[in-house]
Design a protein around this ligand. Structure first.
Ligand code: ZN
Length: 161
């Protein structure tokens, strides 16, 4: 598996739900975890690995503990507003301030089909919103105000050439 970089069209596609997790899917999910750690990321969505499926791997504290593979994640509640710097492995060299909800509740399924409900805030809440956007073909640069869009235009052009 390798990382897909902007403007790869897979990043703009709406990813499909996984109805069941096959052995091949499990292999892909493990590959995504490996890729995420290799690149030093805290989260990675299927499309970033060229796989247009609603799958996310995440390890916001870098400890490799607990659930790190999430299938069909969905935000069921969000609350508050928080501003912070954000970047994306698929958009190298770009960081900008993004406004997001401060807290979210996410429902997802573990690789064994177990239903998970995750209360996230801070960095974790931000990461969830970022990764779920990826599943809908949305990138963090889409959320920037016009002035910030202008600032990154040059870099986007470089990535596109
Ligand atoms: Zn990203």
């Amino acid at each position: 598996m390798n990382l897909k970089i902007y403007p790869d069209p897979v990043l703009r596609r709406r990813a499909a739900s996984l109805r069941r997790v096959t052995d091949a899917d499990l292999q892909r999910l493990r590959g995504m975890l490996e890729l995420m750690y290799e690149l030093g990321g805290i989260g990675l969505a299927g499309p970033q690995a060229g796989w247009s499926a609603r799958a996310v791997v995440m390890d916001t504290d870098g400890r490799g503990e607990g659930e790190r593979i999430f299938i069909n994640p969905k935000i069921i509640e969000s609350d508050g507003m928080a501003e912070d710097q954000e970047g994306c492995l698929s958009l190298p060299g770009i960081r900008s301030t993004v406004v997001r909800a401060e807290k979210v509740v996410v429902v997802a399924y573990a690789e064994d089909g177990k239903r998970l409900e995750i209360d996230a805030e801070g960095l974790q809440a931000r990461a969830w919103q970022h990764e779920i956007d990826h599943l809908n073909g949305v990138l963090f640069i889409d959320k920037l105000p016009a002035a910030a869009q202008m600032n990154i235009r040059h870099r986007l052009k470089e990535l596109s050439s």
